[in-house]
Design a protein around this ligand. Structure first.
Ligand code: 5AD
Ligand code: SF4
Length: 477
């Protein structure tokens, strides 16, 4: 890695189109950070760019389709005479490597997630006219996690990666192939990055990894995920901690206890269940049952009353019967998910579920009907939850930015991850405010700020990181 001092002359512009998950968002930030050393300045306009990168996702075919259409647009710019280097990064690059260079003769550079730490060298070669392919997976020991901080980091929340790759083999999932085996980042590096972010004004840290609960377990001498949570909470200036993604099988008692003991740990958890049917969970190789999942949820909610849960669900997994699907629907009620990312199963190259798909496919029309039904049911619950907040005052809204639709309106999130829009000023971004919820919608709430007017004010605000849920627990409409 080049450790030369940054070249700050704004002579080159880079545009990165990011598809996919939080890992890609984070990797994009790291690419910007490293490219800044070579004088690359980010631009929002591909027409202005000297370098265009598409950071791709291969989790479902739809994401791959998005890559192709994005590339179509950028290649047209090049054909039209723009002098631009075009690169494909991320999971599709890793998976399809050479074949992308063959398919797209005007693409200069293809590299997978493990190419991110070497991006300066890769881009320099491509700019000099070589066609570059780097899909080598790096050694896990001493994996070079990038320490430079994304120059565009905002003042509210930031991701910090704690591991790379995944050692699980969920039968539907391509990630272990594209991001390789799991490696944990040394906790000292993580804490250094957290401190650097806080120094820039960041208040909320989201620890990210493919399976964060297994953090550190492979490396002797490393701390556990629960211990990491405590260490991060101890960094002065960290007001709120979130993390993603968790595997229900690996949710240990020590992490459950952290919900009792760490006020800055958010009252929201994203816990992907994938299916409510034990038969399907077995075929997915998830290694937990519906009953075990609910036990984990109950333990978490005992430790943190009002914990809001969101999840990921796949419908139409090969062999899924109506009865299996009904089990997923009933789990939505039983676990009381306030939100779900729900997907139709998408066959991925090289994954074990392909064999099941050959034998036992679910017709596309059936899968679509199930997805619609699940999403309708989830929408009802999300709406009910947001409505249950109406009339309450939430004391822990961290202001994230202006509302996208309404001038004069700003937007923030509670510890439970409810999004609330209310009138306010941009100077409030990054601060905690109290808001009375006036209306609940499906995806957000509307509210009004409750100003602290000295003693006797109704907003007896406990301050950021206050313990316990800010309002009523979810789903009690
Ligand atoms: N088809 C559909 N959804 C998938 N996911 C992962 N692989 C597939 C697939 N082949 C979903 C899972 C995972 C989320 C990130 O994407 O629900 O938790
Ligand atoms: Fe994919 Fe399963 Fe690993 Fe998540 S835990 S990245 S679903 S293999």
């Amino acid at each position: 890695m080049d450790r030369s001092p940054p070249n700050t002359s704004p002579d080159r512009r880079v545009f990165i189109h990011t598809l996919g998950c939080q890992m890609n968002v984070y990797d994009t930030g790291k690419m910007h950070a490293q490219l800044a050393r070579d004088g690359y300045v980010p631009t929002d306009d591909p027409v202005q760019a000297d370098l265009i990168l598409v950071n791709t996702c291969s989790i479902r075919e739809r994401a791959v389709d998005k890559m192709h259409s994005a590339l179509g647009e950028y290649r047209r710019l090049k054909k039209g005479g723009q002098r631009v280097t075009i690169g494909i990064a991320g999971c599709v690059a890793q998976e399809r490597g050479e074949s992308l260079l063959q398919r797209y003769p005007d693409v200069d550079l293809v590299f997978g997630p493990d190419g991110v730490p070497q991006i300066q060298r890769l881009v320099a070669s491509a700019v000099q006219g070589q066609r570059v392919l780097d899909t080598e997976l790096l050694e896990l020991s001493g994996y070079p996690f990038v320490s430079d901080v994304d120059p565009a980091i905002d003042k509210v929340g930031a991701f910090v990666t704690i591991q790379k790759g995944c050692d699980n083999k969920c039968t539907f999932c391509i990630v272990p192939a594209t991001r390789g085996a799991e490696a944990s980042r040394p906790h000292r590096e993580i804490l250094a990055e957290v401190r650097a972010l806080v120094a820039r004004g960041v208040r909320e840290i989201t620890l990210i990894g493919q399976n964060v609960n297994s953090y550190g377990l492979k490396d002797r001498g490393e701390i556990t995920f629960a211990q990491l949570l405590y260490e991060v909470a101890d960094v002065p200036g960290v007001e709120r901690i979130r993390y993603t993604t968790s595997h229900p099988r690996d949710m240990g008692d020590d992490v459950v206890s952290a919900y009792r003991e760490l006020p800055s740990l958010a009252s929201h958890l994203h816990l992907p269940v994938q299916s409510g049917s034990n038969r399907v969970l077995r075929r997915m190789k998830r290694f937990y049952t519906r009953e075990r999942f609910l036990e984990v949820v109950a333990a978490l909610r005992t430790a943190r009353p009002g914990l809001a849960l969101t999840t990921d669900v796949i419908v139409g997994f090969p062999g899924e019967t109506d009865e299996d699907f009904e089990a997923t629907l009933s789990l939505l009620e039983e676990a009381d998910f306030i939100g779900s990312f729900s997907f139709k199963y998408s066959p991925r190259p090289g994954t074990p579920a392909l064999k099941l798909e050959d034998r036992d496919p679910v017709p596309a029309s059936v899968a679509s009907a199930r997805l619609t039904k699940y999403q309708d049911r989830q929408r009802d619950r999300s709406l009910a939850w947001h409505r249950s907040l109406e009339g309450t005052i939430v004391h822990d809204v961290l202001v994230e930015g202006p509302s996208r639709h309404d001038p004069g309106v700003i937007c923030g999130r509670t510890s439970q991850h409810a999004m609330i829009n209310f009138e306010g000023g941009l100077e409030q971004i990054g601060s905690f405010v109290s808001v009375r919820v006036t209306r609940g919608f499906t995806h957000s709430c509307r509210g009004e700020q409750v100003h602290r007017a000295g003693s006797g004010s109704e907003s007896d605000r406990p301050g950021p990181g206050a313990k316990g849920p800010p309002a009523r627990p979810p789903g009690t409409a």
